[in-house]
Design a protein around this ligand. Sequence first.
Ligand code: UT7
Length: 318
Amino acid sequence: MTTRIIGTGSCLPAQVISNDQLAQWVDTSDEWISSRTGIRNRRIVKDETGAWMASQAAKKALENANTDAEEIDLIVVATCSNDMQFPSTACQVQEAIGARHAVAFDISAACSGFLFGINTVHAYFSAGIYKKALVIGTEVLSKLVDWTDRSTCVLFGDGAGAAVVEAAETGLEGFVQYSDGSKGNVLTCSSRKIQNPLQETTEDYIRMNGQEVFKFAVKKVPECILQVLEQTGTKKEDIRWYVLHQANSRIIQSAAKRLGVPEEKFPMNMEKYGNTSAASIPVLLDEMNRNGMLTRGDRLILSGFGAGLTWGAAQIVW
Ligand code: UT7
């Protein structure tokens, strides 16, 4: 028994912020941002919350999968920017969509979160514990970035994507996932600071050593994709689409080159949404699904990488 995606959905905030608008806030330009990252716009929340966007994406995914919320056994939400410390975003989604039979919890694996979520659900399905699940990535990174730091604030965006998955005969064929906490300091964001009468507190934001993250990604992404292909005995030519975390078009182009696979097989949408962390893969999958780019039987590689450090890849049959 394996894990099959049977429906997708997404929800992006209404407000669009262009590179030109950002150039009014920090010393940057559309030319710098788009040539270094492929990003031109991002969506930034006004009133939307992470849990609300996740619930909207989940409802659309359920509709797309022709599945009732009451059939869902498990909800896994990947997020590194939850609205509340508790309850979890997953429990808020459970309530919002009426999935009253589901067990719900969040996982924290930053930009690898959706992929790790799929793999976690797969483990439950393989053990015969659950049969239907929602895996969601949702982020409000705009509240975690320092809007005076041009090296990070231009990169990120808000949004949510969801997939309904079920235990089936075909679907996920293999995966690898990794963590390296020893390199965690290259991409960080602290949680609430200690607050008591004896201790001063200062706000903290996303801090990133961009070049180190870049080097890590261009090495590890192709490496783990090749590992999955070897694990499943699949030729790289037999993969229809390589669906990678949408952090930077140059990272994706480099992965394509290292793998020797045409860039056309690597769909990208960071131009519209920036880097939405755990949401980027499910948002892209939903766009591809709705644009008719996915045919049942297509083989896909999903690959995520990010803070932790965390990274991995999975091969699925659509
Ligand atoms: O989800 C995973 C999370 N993150 C990533 O995947 C990010 C991985 N890293 C990257 O994508 C790239 O490293 C960045 C896009 C973040 C930066 O690109 P880079 O080519 O590595 O630029 P850099 O950091 O080496 O900076 C080059 C120059 C610097 O100026 P000097 O020192 O050469 O005068 C920066 O101060 O660009 C300057 N710079 C900017 N200039 C205009 C940095 N940010 C900006 C900006 N606008 N927004």
